[in-house]
Design a protein. Structure first.
Length: 415
């Protein structure tokens, strides 16, 4: 009994650390949305230029995710998490010194993107899968909730910081705080955390057959792999066409910057409920119907934003926050759980890293498209229509790919 209690405490500790690191990585990255207008006013950038920095951040996050997965498989979490936190601190410490767009690409774009991938769900999924078995979907959903909590607490906090400090001073303060966290991450007992539950060790010893120990190349030859890539890519494209410009859009519609940032934060808060709830439901009934329902909710949220271009009222803002927020990120933990179960083995982090890359690439292209459409038309409406189309086609693999259509979270006892 004592051993069971010890293993349970360790599992919950690992889950808590993953939540916190996701919160820091995603929250600080998403804080860029409140810097958009200050950067435009101070540096004279266009909307597509400011959005392109965020696009670089998302693209680098995606392109580095497969590498992050392979680095985790080879070197473990200590080196990866410490390096990621150091990269994030360095990006924000260097940001106040830069003057040109390409320098922002390297710091707030590339360095933050590398950090977000290193602190995010690719290593978290691998760690969590070593400690949770029956409720893997719920555990991964909880870790994904850290992404929403990061936006909930950090984005409005940075907006308050910008109320009393310049954008350069705000970046410097954030960089100093993050730098203090680096040694704390390094000295965590990662050797104990990476070993996994005794059940994981037993399965690892008895699952060395080619059918169970997937490689990246073998996974890429399957329909489920490309189905998950499709879902992640188009979902991210549709969602980030909206998310990158939500605060700026609401401000231009007449809402105060604090109200706009708080709405963004509350939307992320509701995503915590949606992420955990959909993960738990998918564990019981399978992913197809709950995923489809979340796409309906996301599309409804975008259509409400479109309606607000004519009627910018508080009631519609609240409806948008609820509909869009509760479905925001809800697909992520389900895709992560499916990937972890379908492609179990010693290369699971690398495989999921490649799938996750499509998410960030789609997000980067969506954010860039939002800026381009705004600059070309002077309106947000084309972006909203584009988002609806992307979200509609994103869910098709759960109806067209047999392995995903008939998948059930509890059909496999593998980690």
């Amino acid at each position: 009994m004592q051993k069971i209690a010890t293993h349970t405490r360790t599992a919950l500790t690992v889950l808590g650390i993953c939540v916190l690191l996701n919160m820091i990585g995603r929250g600080t990255g998403d804080s860029y949305v409140v810097f958009v207008l200050p950067l435009e006013h101070d540096l004279g950038w266009t909307r597509s230029q400011t959005n392109s920095v965020y696009s670089i951040y998302l693209l680098v996050t995606g392109l580095s995710s497969p590498i992050v997965g392979m680095l985790f498989d080879r070197f473990g979490p200590r080196a990866l998490y410490t390096g990621g936190m150091a990269s994030l601190a360095g990006a924000f410490l260097l940001a106040p010194q830069v003057q040109t767009l390409w320098q922002f690409y390297l710091t707030v774009g590339a360095m933050t993107g590398i950090a977000a991938a290193s602190l995010g769900m690719v290593p978290s999924s691998s760690l969590i899968s070593r400690w949770f078995r029956e409720h893997l979907g719920t555990a991964i959903s909880t870790a994904f909730a850290g992404l929403g909590m990061g936006a909930l607490f950090i984005v409005p906090g940075v907006q308050y910081l910008l109320q009393t400090h310049s954008w350069r001073e705000s970046y410097h303060i954030m960089g100093v705080v993050l730098l203090l966290i680096v040694p704390l991450v390094f000295f965590l007992p990662w050797k104990r955390y990476v070993v996994g539950h005794p059940d994981y060790q037993q399965i690892k010893r008895t699952s060395a057959t080619p059918e169970r120990d997937w490689t990246v190349r073998a996974a890429m030859g399957t329909r489920p792999f490309w189905g998950l890539v499709w879902v992640f890519f188009f979902t991210a494209m549709g969602m980030f066409t909206i998310m990158v410009q939500t605060v700026a859009y609401l401000v231009e519609q007449g809402f105060s910057p604090i109200v706009a940032a708080t709405a963004f934060g509350f939307s992320s808060m509701l995503s915590v409920v949606g992420v955990v709830g959909t993960g738990a439901i998918a564990d019981r009934i399978g992913p197809r119907h709950i995923v489809s329902l979340t796409f309906v909710g996301s599309i409804a949220g975008v259509l409400i934003l479109l309606l607000m271009t004519w009627y910018p009222v508080q009631g519609l803002l609240a409806a948008f926050v609820f509909a869009f927020g509760i479905c925001q990120g809800a697909r992520g933990p389900i895709i992560s759980s499916i990937s972890t179960r379908l492609f179990a083995g010693s290369h699971v982090a690398g495989i999921y890293g490649l799938i996750y890359a499509s998410n960030a690439v789609g997000a980067g292209l969506g954010a860039l498209m939002a800026g381009l459409l705004h600059d070309l038309t002077g309106s947000y409406r084309p972006s909203f229509v584009f988002s609806v189309c992307a979200l509609f086609i994103a869910g098709l693999p759960f109806w067209r790919v047999p392995e995903l259509r008939n998948f059930h979270m509890r059909q496999s006892k593998r980690l």
